[in-house]
Design a protein around this ligand. Structure first.
Ligand code: ADP
Length: 497
């Protein structure tokens, strides 16, 4: 079979029709509701204890620490009170030995030391005060509360959050393994090391990156109501949105502010429909899942986010390369029989390795609309060690990559659309003609061409949203979301002290 025909056949498997979108939304709404009423559901719907979003008038200087997978980021954020902010930040690689340290103390001391040097370098006034404070320790009168920095701690590992600055580590991910920390309150661990250095810093809030995105977007986007949803489309995908307190009461323990009648929920939507009631499931999706470290889990994420799109495409390409009836990246001169050697791909190419195809090249494919696909062919050579790809090769690659990217964007619209419907804002006269704001962050939504346009195309066909509803949904990038968001949550927390 000719390559073009086989490509077309596979592209059709990644079609996610208007009808599929609507079926997806219905099921998403059902699973939102299920997560509100029970635990152990597909979507966890974790309460965050954040009960208000900012409106851009907030002011003050806050610290933010972000412990991600590879880097530690410490920053200070000055909120100017006019939807603007100034951010100062430093970044340090986390030493590998600390990721597997014997005790949590070693990792958290490392963080505290970085906070110390950051304050010394950028906020000497606070630092100087702290020295004076130490000298007058016997005189607690010298202690002035306004000199205490409130810190928002973005900790991107699964925690069971039980208060605005309290959360117990459930398990490590992303290569970390410090058994001693499991079950402990990560805010307390950090505060202990900060106190050991006598720093004028209080860990005021524990922050999930999606919540940070929601807060950052609410602060910077002018509007009466603030953002409804913060969503990440990067390595992984997840969203946090504002839910009515009356819908989540059953899940809450401990103290929380009831005055706004709302709370931000972390959906953990990466696990939407793990049971595959409605998610598309091609043979390529099945293969990706079965070869992953967590089969059956994060099934939505495995069809949507940056870490997985490249791998789906790679699996499709390998199946085409193994298919003797088509010729993809074919080496005319090869006399070998095994499928790898008949290709014009270097043996060390990422195409032959699990996770070896970075989804960033899918952006190149989507952007290149020239007749000869010159840029894409060059990138196939430089990034994936494909020697002289033909125009037909590049056309097949582009068609497949575009289909996988488009399906991801339309699935993303299922999540966004369902949450907009869940909020009831489109049909609530109190919000008539108001935009419904969605803050997004992550390389996929930021850099993949037309990702947002494709989301909008799918939003328009959703029952209950339609053309007019989609017009009102405003999806915008939340710049520096993690730093600004953490600062804002620290501010909210400080107001509750
Ligand atoms: P994180 O989510 O870890 O904070 P990012 O938001 O930068 O980090 O997302 C990184 C992911 O995005 C990786 O999986 C990478 O393959 C993917 N990615 C990076 N650039 C692009 C791009 N231009 N197009 C599509 N995917 C991209």
């Amino acid at each position: 079979m000719a390559l073009a025909a086989e490509t077309k056949r596979i592209v059709a498997q990644f079609e996610y029709s208007d009808e599929d979108v609507n079926i997806g939304v219905k099921e998403f709404l059902r699973q939102i509701d299920e997560g509100l009423h029970a635990s152990g559901t597909s979507m966890s719907q974790i309460p965050t204890y954040v009960t208000a979003v900012p409106n851009g008038t907030e002011k003050g200087l806050y610290l933010a620490v972000d412990l991600g997978g590879t880097n530690l980021r410490v920053c200070s954020v000055r909120l100017n009170g006019d939807n603007s902010f100034n951010l100062t930040y430093s970044k340090a690689a986390i030493p590998k030995e600390l990721m597997v340290a014997k005790t949590a103390k070693e990792l958290f001391r490392f963080i505290a030391l970085h906070i110390d040097s950051f304050i010394k370098e950028h906020h000497y006034d606070h630092y100087e005060y702290h020295i004076r404070r130490r000298e007058t320790m016997s005189n607690p009168e010298g202690y002035r509360d306004e000199h205490i920095f409130r810190l928002g701690f973005t900790f991107s590992f699964p925690v069971q959050q039980v208060g605005i600055n309290k959360g117990f580590l459930i398990r490590w991910t992303k290569g970390f393994d410090i058994p001693d920390a499991i079950g402990k309150d990560v805010c307390a661990l950090l505060q202990e090391e900060i106190d050991a250095l006598h720093l004028p810093v209080k860990v005021a809030a524990l922050v999930n990156d999606t919540v940070g995105t929601l807060m950052a977007r609410s602060y910077t986007s002018p509007g009466k109501t603030g953002a409804l949803l913060g969503a990440i489309f990067g390595t992984g995908t997840n969203g946090a949105y504002i839910e009515k307190l009356s819908n989540i009461k059953k899940k809450l323990e401990g103290d929380y502010d009831q005055s706004t009648g709302e709370m931000v929920l972390n959906t953990e939507w990466g696990s939407f429909d793990n049971q595959l009631n409605v998610l598309p499931n091609t043979t390529f999706d099945i293969k990706l899942d079965s070869e992953s470290v967590n089969p059956g889990i994060q099934m939505f994420e495995k069809r949507v986010s940056g870490m997985f799109l490249g791998e789906i495409l790679r699996i499709v390409l390998v199946s085409l390369l193994q298919n003797k009836t088509v010729q993809l990246f074919h080496d005319e001169n090869s006399s070998h029989n095994d499928w790898k050697s008949t290709t014009s791909i270097a043996p060390e190419s990422g195409i032959f390795k699990q996770w070896g195809l970075d989804s960033a090249i899918m952006s190149v494919a989507a952007l290149d609309n020239t007749p000869d696909l010159g840029t894409l062919r060059q990138e196939l050579d430089s990034q994936l060690d494909v020697y002289s790809p033909s125009l037909e090769d590049a056309q097949a690659f582009k068609a497949l990559a575009d289909a996988i990217g488009r399906r991801a964007a339309r699935l993303s619209a299922v999540a966004v659309g369902a949450i907009v419907l869940q909020s009831g804002k489109l049909s609530d006269p109190a919000y008539a003609n108001e935009p419904v704001d969605v803050g997004v962050d992550g390389s996929l939504v930021e850099h993949y061409p037309h990702f947002r346009t494709m989301i909008y195309d799918a939003l328009r066909v959703i029952d209950g949203i339609g053309e007019a509803g989609a017009e009102r949904i405003r999806i915008g990038i939340a710049k520096d979301g993690s730093g600004v968001g953490a600062a804002l949550i620290a501010l909210v927390a400080a107001s509750m002290e």
